[in-house]
Design a protein around this ligand. Structure first.
Ligand SMILES: Nc1nc2c(c(=O)[nH]1)N[C@H]1C(S)=C(S)[C@@H](COP(=O)(O)O)O[C@H]1N2
Ligand SMILES: [Mo]
Length: 227
């Protein structure tokens, strides 16, 4: 029979065995993950907001898009209509950017965004002269959730992010990608995009824009369209 003092003496040993078991379980779990799935915490010397602390906003909740059957249609004022698979998008040159998403409701977060530039897709499609507006059709708003000026996209080399902080874009955040509309309010950062339409319809208004939000959407500028 162990007295109380004997039990106390064994305590550290038992603790050590338990800790070692826990540590080895963790090491095993992390090595079985691919290194690409390790979330970045810093980029260009800036601390990134961890994905778990980033907010999220969606009119119809999370859209679940299947990578195998997914196709991005690029149409409208183009020479060649495109239908790009998820792996087609992955095989384009991937560009990384540090950018802050500012929701018009007042919250924001900073992340590392990685994916192909829209210009690389436009180059394949051959944009016809006169195309001035790019409309983003999404799984939750097939009529066009939002739009951006063609010149803004080209001048700022806007990318579509397939990775967020080096992690594959999560479903609730826009898988297969989110448009990184730097300098614009969050409602311009389309998620779950299924179609990109080149247009000359400068009167087009997306979901929030149609509800009165500013179509220009420059961060720091007015939230609502002036009457
Ligand atoms: N398809 C789609 N894209 C969307 C939305 C949406 O409801 N549907 N919400 C927008 C709004 S208002 C914001 S603030 C951002 C939020 O993006 P996040 O998930 O990266 O935080 O997504 C934007 N993109
Ligand atoms: Mo937003």
């Amino acid at each position: 029979m162990m007295d109380n003092r004997g039990l106390l003496r064994w305590c550290p040993v038992v603790f050590l065995i338990f800790s070692l078991a826990t540590v080895s379980a963790c090491v095993k779990a992390s090595t079985s993950k691919s290194p690409a799935d390790t979330e970045a915490t810093q980029y260009q010397n800036v601390n990134l907001t961890p994905i778990l602390q980033q907010r999220n906003n969606a009119i119809e909740g999370t859209q679940h898009i299947d990578a195998q059957s997914y196709h991005l249609v690029v149409n409208g004022m183009v020479q060649n209509q495109l239908s790009l698979s998820y792996s087609d998008l992955q095989s384009l040159p991937q560009v990384s950017k540090l950018a802050t998403l500012n929701c018009v409701e007042g919250w924001n977060f900073t992340a590392k965004w990685t994916g192909p530039s829209l210009k690389s897709i436009f180059d394949m499609a051959g944009v016809l002269p006169g195309a001035s507006v790019v409309i983003f059709h999404t799984a939750d708003d097939p009529d066009g959730f939002t739009s951006l000026d063609y010149s803004y996209i080209i001048d700022n080399d806007i990318i579509i992010a397939m990775k967020l902080n080096d992690v594959t874009m999560p479903a609730d955040r826009g898988f297969p990608f989110q448009v990184v509309a730097e300098g614009k309010y969050g409602y311009k950062w389309a998620k779950w995009v299924t179609g990109i339409e080149l247009s000359d319809n400068t009167n087009f208004r997306g979901y929030w824009e149609n509800a009165g939000y500013n179509n220009d959407a420059t961060v720091g500028g007015p939230a609502y369209e002036s009457p």
